[in-house]
Write a protein that binds this ligand. Sequence first.
Ligand code: HEC
Length: 204
Amino acid sequence: MHSARLMQPLVWVLVLVALAGCKPLDDAMVSVFGRSMRDQRSFDPYENTRPAPINSVAFSAGNYPAADGEVNIGQPEGVFVPPFTQLDLGTPGEGAAVIQGMVNPTTPTDAASLARGEEIYMRFCVVCHGPDGVGTNAYIAQQHLVLPAYNLSGDVVAAYSDQYIYAMIRVGRGLMPEYGSRISHFDRWHVVNYVRQLQAQAGN
Ligand code: HEC
């Protein structure tokens, strides 16, 4: 009887601690040390703890540094691509001299290039621009946004240079994100060739 009366408050304390978890203890730690085990610096399994260098192209894009110790800043497969930004895009279809000076290294009608271009287009562009480049079937068009106005297979984009479309894929424009960090140099040209094929199929 005597010991049972002693035990009762202890049981209640245990129940309270169990219900509250370790929070009161943690809070006491915070008041002393300024932090607790709850605020630990753990990171997600797939989190990259260091940001990629500016203009770098991901390994997943099939892009590797040319030599040991070199940082690749967008010259995949050992090709030099002049640096430029969205500001250099200028008037649609024109672009700065640095952009217009680039030469398409692929054969635009080559079947392998078009197949690769289609693969990349279906991976990256189709969600917004639609399978035929018009965007009407695409998710964003269903939200009644502006994409049908940016019809990749229409006469407006058909009048743009290869270089301008390549540059847009690399640095983005306005609401369109940049894909330079995900689509490597040659793949960008393959996509340009594929967009040209979509235009030809649409009669432009
Ligand atoms: C997240 C949605 C989205 C994706 C994905 C996307 N785009 Fe775009 N794209 C846009 C938007 C929005 C615009 C209009 C940009 C603007 O406001 O200037 C646009 C515009 C364009 C234009 C210019 C059209 C014009 O009439 O001036 C081209 C060319 C283009 N995109 C090509 C591509 C290619 C090639 C891909 C795949 C590598 C791609 N886009 C992926 C959203 C997207």
